[in-house]
Ligand binder design. Sequence first.
Ligand code: 7RM
Length: 675
Amino acid sequence: MAALCRSLFHGFVKGNVYRQTSCRSGSSVRPPLSSMLAAASCPELRRLSVEEPEVFWGSVARERLRWIRPFQQVKDCDMSRGKVSWFLGGQLNVSVNCLDVHVEKHPERAALIWERDEPGTEVKVTYRELLEMTCRLANTLKSHGVRKGDRVAIYMPVSPTAVAAMLACARIGAVHTVVFAGFSSEALAGRIQDAECKVVLTCNQGVRAGRLFDLKSPVDTAVKSCPSVQHVFVSQRTTSPAPMGKLDVQLEEAMEKESAICPPEPMDSEDMLFMLYTSGSTGKPKGIVHTQAGYLLYTALTHQYVFDCQPGDVFGCVADIGWITGHSYVVYGPLCNGTTTMLFESTPVYPDPGRYWETVERLGINQFYGAPTAIRLLLKYDESWVRKYNRSSLRTLGSVGEPINHEAWDWFYNVVGDGRCPVVDTWWQTETGGICIAPRPAEQGAEIVPAMAMRPFFGIQPVLMGEEGRPVSGNDVSGALCLSQPWPGIARTIFRDHQRYMDVYFKAYPGHYFTGDGAYRSPEGYYQITGRMDDVINVSGHRLGTAEIEDALDEHPAVPETAVVSVSHDIKGEVPFAFVVLKDDASLEQMAVLEELRGLVASKIAKYAVPNHFLVVKRLPKTRSGKIMRRILRKIAMEQTDNLGDLSTLDDPSVITEIIQAHTHYKNQHKKKKN
Ligand code: 7RM
């Protein structure tokens, strides 16, 4: 591994380092980090954050958040027991920090710019207006019986109403769980049931790339199997009327009737703010739980420092609110910092591949934050789609969700940013709450190495673990990426399953948070993420468990067993490849089976989870103890059969030749079809 990383990455680390020359010098332009810390340089802050986390985080939390009751203790954490608490004894309200504090200072500043699907039809919402919407929505929830601690499902694409719904929950102490509007009704139902949501918020329809899609009917189907749901609030996104059933409440009409003032609920620092489901290597998606103060502080601080975001900036993160990136860098971080944040409803290629950059020009976006998969898609088109738009407002470009390859990094930096804007490759996870490893370009003399996440954020202490489960020291080494110190943004538990939280994150390397990713530390001490070490795959930056897909496929009556692995894809990064064992009397040439398998995955999970490849095999390679050896299947799928690695635990080696033959046949069929 180390040798591989060396050959891949060493060359440009030496030869191709971009040093920021025209950077801002620390505390003079940005608001003081804290009066006590203001004089400190960034390296000093970094040192303080790791060596004296209580001093660092205590000062930052006092300075940057408005407290209803001050906290008495900065932290009480013991990672070996999976216990994390920050700012104990303190009370605050997240919506007050995201709205009221800004309304006092700049009520007419745009909080949101809703960049709707149709270019040129954007809608601005000021901080004053967003507070009003949030309060009306909060009062609506309250008058329908939603109380502190109740769970609220939000199945809506990004829009001001969806943001107001999140903040309304925060205002009254309810816990939101946003479910990406691309998930199937069954996936939605599973989440509503697990969280026992009292109400669901949705829209009649969604709009994307000029097409309308239904949201109300998947909700109707889902709630049939969700006895906890008492009301479904339906927001009217399009003019098409949605059939209204007895659970349904028209959201805008209900909000009209409510007061625009809603007193904020005082929340303990460690009360739940939201939960968000994410895929793991085994089992059903996990309800990742984030709490109030630590999460908010961490997203706000990372948002400011990683992107060099200044008050009044227009921040353009194109993520959907159904993912953690949307929570932390469309909603909570930017609003806590009083920034104007863009809500992007469309796609990178609608109506044409210039959409992002036309939006940058029209809205004057200062920081653009997106996914490598979109960059890889766009760089296939002519550069003129970028060049014809004025991008001089841009100061920082950010990438998130998966490793960014060199071609994409270079294009982002040179074409989009004209070689003028630092690119920050930001590594983090649903579980980390906010960015953990990323360059901080605003620091004086900070250098940026292409396609490297590089530097741990304040308070983050990465450790690379070797095969014997011990930290590997020194530089130019690889290992399992762990974080050895608690930080305020880390998830506190898995909803109603603390044992699983312990097992997944704290068991492999006792006392450390295990990320599931592998990483390489360069000779300069910079970090490069090398990818997942478990059975999680990353399709266009979206996390999927191979086990989830297998579970869906295995439901087919003709399918006794399947194994799903990932293969590389030049735009999506990775795509699922399914090895399928059929019952004796079935064959995949009976197209029905194949279509049924596709349909199963789409309906149980989502369309993007449907495998791009299906290969029928007689048997799967297994260890003597019966575990499927996906590692070998992946090599076969990737056509790397000259080195299959250690086969000593394999039960019956003849399986391998069988599968390789089937795969060769499949490839040839594929080629024939293409020609
Ligand atoms: C923010 C987010 C997390 C997983 C993570 C990694 C991968 C994310 C990067 C990355 C390489 C990056 N949350 N990942 N960012 N890999 N470089 N900059 O994506 O929970 O949905 O996914 O995504 O494998 O563990 S997530």
